[in-house]
Design a protein around this ligand. Structure first.
Ligand SMILES: [Mg+2]
Length: 345
């Protein structure tokens, strides 16, 4: 007898839709679970005035990284910085990581040691301790999972849902570089595949390549905000692209936003390289991702404290929900922002 069952392709949902489907109806059983699924990290609180922050990320060969051009040392480094970025995005400090690895027989002990050496360098730089994990086999490629644990004072923890209309939207650093770096690497890979005798020409791209291969996490931003006595009203890290992250803040805060194209911070090397690859810089910043900068909102009362700070750029402001989430272009047009982000499925 033929059995009828519904088979829905995962691509019908996309990453965020799938998370909502699987976890949207989860109930918590413990009072210590202060915040479950839905922010950069879970928030766990016992007695006392500090909370524990916990977040986990998986990095899959062929999906998140390509070993044709990713040095193993950088891969280890990036897995750590990308993971602890979620703890800083909660306005906390990362202190421990758990590292699990699945690998096939294609990898040697020396190769794995190289990955762990990269992790060790990142842990040393960010003063994080690697305290455990699991190692197992994989049939096809390399999979790395990192759980990051951190802490923050309970009243310092910053969620995605606290932005209010008229709050100012701010971002650290500059954007688009990691995506442009990825495009350079993909292009060189194609050149190499068609003519293996060709040597890659990468000297001009050091900034964007570093942004892609060896990104830093913005631990310093959390420290600077504390010194300035600013507690953001909402915060998120930029892993999927500026558009996607702004939409998360607006969705969870119940606000709209006006983002000004001309304010989006850019590095000259990113901008020039994007142009040389026939890429639009704004698109790279909006949809590229992996910049691991912090995107946050502050109340108008904090404007004077931050307006001329060299580490931050004010790129827009929050509006009421009915006004929508818009990009105000350099030419003065308004377009609704759309999330492209990474399509893993
Ligand atoms: Mg995040």
């Amino acid at each position: 007898m033929e059995q009828k069952e519904t088979i829905t392709p995962i691509s019908d949902f996309g990453e965020f839709g799938l998370i909502k489907l699987l976890t949207g109806t989860l109930k918590t059983n413990n009072g210590s679970t202060l915040k479950g699924v839905g922010d950069d990290a879970a928030v766990i609180g016992y007695s006392g005035d500090e909370s524990i922050l916990a977040s986990t990320d998986m990095y899959v060969e062929g999906v998140h990284f390509d070993l044709a051009y990713t040095p193993l040392l950088h891969l280890g480094y990036k897995c750590i910085t990308a993971s602890i970025s979620d703890i800083y995005a909660m306005n906390g400090n990362a202190e421990q990581v758990l590292v699990s690895v699945a690998l096939s027989s294609r990898f040697s002990v020396e190769a794995l040691q190289e990955v762990y050496q990269g992790m060790r360098i990142a842990c040393e730089k960010y003063k994080v301790d690697l305290v455990g994990g699991d190692t197992t086999s994989s049939q096809t490629g390399l999979v790395i999972n990192i759980t990051a644990i951190g802490r923050a004072a309970k009243d310092a923890v910053t969620y995605r849902n606290g932005a209010k209309p008229n709050d100012i939207l701010c971002v650290s650093g500059d954007l688009g570089g990691a995506y442009v770096g990825l495009q350079v690497l993909e292009r060189e890979k194609q050149v190499f595949l068609s003519n293996p005798a060709m040597q890659p020409e990468l000297e001009d791209y050091s900034y964007v390549l570093q942004r892609q291969l060896r990104p830093e996490a913005r631990k310093d931003v959390v420290e600077i905000l504390a010194v300035l006595h600013i507690k953001p009203t909402a915060m998120i890290d930029i892993s999927d692209g500026l558009s996607s992250e702004i939409l998360h803040l607006c969705d969870q805060s119940g606000t709209g936003c006006d983002l000004f194209e001309e304010k989006i911070p850019r590095d000259d090397n990113t901008y020039d390289t994007a142009r040389s690859l026939n890429l639009d810089f704004t698109m790279c910043a909006l949809n590229g991702g992996e910049d691991y900068e912090l995107l946050f909102t502050i109340s108008q009362a904090d404007y004077e404290k931050i307006k001329n700070h060299p580490d931050f750029t004010l790129i827009g402001y929050m509006t009421d929900k009915e006004s929508g989430v818009n990009l105000v272009t350099t030419s003065g047009n308004r377009y609704p922002l759309q999330a492209q982000g990474w399509k893993h499925f």
